[in-house]
Design a protein around this ligand. Structure first.
Ligand code: PMV
Length: 354
């Protein structure tokens, strides 16, 4: 009997040049191009099975069944896969089947790390393979984009650029350098959270209400070109300046949107100021912040231990997590599944000591 089942794994990514705001909210066509690096060792592992016995899609995250909005978002994503299946494989029965999606992160949930990027990248790879679609990397990246914009950047490996594109077909991400091009690290300072933040999907929708968004979008390609050159030349000083500027410009937009999106906590600012001072004193480190209070400190491998040590003693930093540069999303053969279940990869370490 044919089974329609597959498992895939993907890593989250941290944007060095940020994506904020959509030209098309439904298709998640971005207002500006962006650049990121995948985070090694942090993984989402997702199994998808289309099953004739199911009466609706089922979503299990970290062992718990999810209903409501979370399930609806995944179901809408699976509808895209079912639609593609009926278009491409004319006779496929998958187009009429519901699926069971089981997904697990190996990094702590509630740590405020974006899991939608690794989540939808793994889901795109697993669901399309389970459905019998044979998609190439660009097609998988496009598909992942429909679930979460930044997920398209978690499909290719290493350092990744997401082109603006002019439509659904042309907006996808590709690798500009492999993971071994430059041993950069992302040392994440996890900050105590007081309020629940507004999610990025809602955030993109209000980006254009800020009068600063037009200026940010107009100048993003220039910053991206600078970051790309610095990355390819392994010029940390040049990369650091543009990465910090770009993150600050995104937060300037967020802070001046209606409603105001103020993701920073006092400790977020303390970390940003400390890292700027460290850099002035010669440490190769810079900060970038997503839609939350945590600070991602990007640094060279040589600076990583020192950065982690110093971050741990800043008041309000709850934990420090270190990741290297990660590879692409990939299918996991069934035979490998038992050996990876519940086992943490060696690619990151989570330090809970202060
Ligand atoms: O993919 P989304 O919709 O969760 O948006 C991600 C937005 C940021 O993380 C703030 C920036 C980025 O480019 O990843």
């Amino acid at each position: 009997m044919t089974t329609f089942k597959a498992t895939a794994q993907a890593s989250p990514n941290i944007a060095l040049i940020k994506y904020w705001g959509n030209r098309d909210q439904e298709l998640r066509l971005p207002a500006n191009p962006s650049l990121s690096m995948n985070l090694a060792g942090l993984t989402t592992t997702t199994t998808v099975e289309f099953d004739p016995a199911l009466k609706q899609d089922v979503l299990i995250l970290g062992g718990s069944e999810i209903k409501g909005k979370g399930l609806e978002r995944v179901s809408r994503f699976l509808d895209q896969v079912r639609r593609q299946t009926s278009e491409v494989l004319k006779t496929s029965e998958v187009s009429h089947l519901f699926a069971r999606v089981e997904s697990r992160n190996n990094f702590p949930s509630g740590a405020g790390l974006a899991s939608s990027a690794s989540g939808f990248a793994a889901l795109a790879v697993a669901a399309s393979a389970a459905a019998g679609l044979d998609l190439n990397e660009a097609e998988l990246s496009r598909l992942a984009r429909l679930g979460s914009g930044s997920a398209c950047r978690s499909v290719p490996g290493g350092f990744v650029e997401w082109t603006l594109g002019s439509d659904d077909r042309s907006s996808y991400a590709y690798s500009i350098a492999s993971a071994d091009h430059w041993d950069l690290r992302d040392i994440v300072a996890l900050i105590d959270v007081e309020h629940k933040a507004v999610g990025s999907t809602e955030g993109h929708a209000v980006a254009a209400t800020s009068p600063l968004q037009a200026a940010r979008v107009a100048t993003a390609p220039e910053r991206l070109a600078q970051a790309r050159s610095a990355l390819l030349a392994r010029d940390f000083a040049a990369l650091a300046d543009v990465v910090e500027l770009d993150s600050l410009m995104m937060h300037a937009v967020m802070i001046t949107s209606a409603p105001v999106l103020m993701y920073w906590q006092p400790s977020t600012i303390a970390v940003m100021q400390a890292v700027r001072q460290w850099r002035l004193n010669g440490l190769a480190a810079c900060t970038t912040i997503d839609a939350g209070p945590n600070v991602h400190v990007i640094c060279t491998a040589a600076a990583a231990d020192e950065v982690a040590l110093r971050l741990r003693v800043i008041p309000g930093v709850r934990r420090v997590l270190t990741a290297g540069v990660g590879g692409p999303a990939q299918l996991i053969p069934d035979t490998h599944l038992r050996s990876i279940a519940g086992v943490k990869s060696a690619g990151y370490n989570l330090d809970t000591h202060h």
